[in-house]
Design a protein around this ligand. Sequence first.
Ligand SMILES: [Zn+2]
Ligand SMILES: [Zn+2]
Length: 340
Amino acid sequence: MKALVYSAPGQFAVSETPTPQPRATEVLMRVHACGVCKTDLHIHQGHFFSAFPLIPGHEFAGEVAAVGPEVTRVRPGDRVVADNERQCGYCAYCRRGEPLFCENLYAQGVNAPGGFAEYVLVDERQVYPLDEQVSYLEGALAEPTACAVHGLDVIRPRVGDEVLLFGAGPTGLILAQLLRRSGVSRLVVVDLSAKKLDLAARLAGAEIVQPDPVHPTAHLDRLAADMPAGFDIVIDATGVSKVAAGLPQFARYGGKIVFYGVCPENERIEISPYEVFRRELTILGSFSQALTFDRATRLVNGGAVQVKEMVTHTFPLEGWGDALRMVSDGRESVKIVITP
Ligand SMILES: [Zn+2]
Ligand SMILES: [Zn+2]
């Protein structure tokens, strides 16, 4: 099969590799769509817990091509998406019901073969059905949706909460839709891209704020003036440390501050412990997902989360270099999907 293979960070080629054969409870998927995300860029740069050589791609949808002899729940020809992660089940975290922190995580596209290939091998327990009316391109957004479902589990918004969200990339847009559906009374989304803000307004009913490049902090002053008491929930989905550092000033007394975007590992921000104490702020982190695919695929299949319009570009495997440039620039595209 054809696959995008990294021999080391930054070193990639589309090459011919053996097509894996499903054994026991394994399922061989013919990949029709695999989403590109910032994590792939971090892996490319060597800034993630990835292992090489590696076939990246952790957001895949496709068709069951073959199954191992013990598989009972799917058949060749079934349309599916697959959770890219498999927890060990026996580490201390797994045995405490905290699979997100599994110490022996098998994460396809990160430390195990992923979906930037014609075929990917998964276990039956990772597979979820993709409805007939939902395209494979949309199916590729099931993984980011699973991450947003986890985000919502962490944030636990209350009906009527007022929310400020910085960043309208794909996971930000999905999070915005889930927040809106969970009954928040006000959702304000800030992003540099007019295209992303338009999606936030239409898909999540958000009030949108676009910073003025000439006066890059004017919108922050306006937000502060508009909500002098602050928001119940303030979220960074940009992964820009400077934005993350500014969250506390927009939170009301008793509010929640959420680090949802992936900031560079070595950067630091200043937080006033007195302010967290005096105003009883809650600081939350939301990382990846574990066992939220079941709910995520129901949301995508049922149309409760709209992802179709988020896919702005598709590339074949050979277009990986262009896809990478586009995702690192981030201005032109919303979601890029590879169609192997
Ligand atoms: Zn991702
Ligand atoms: Zn474990």
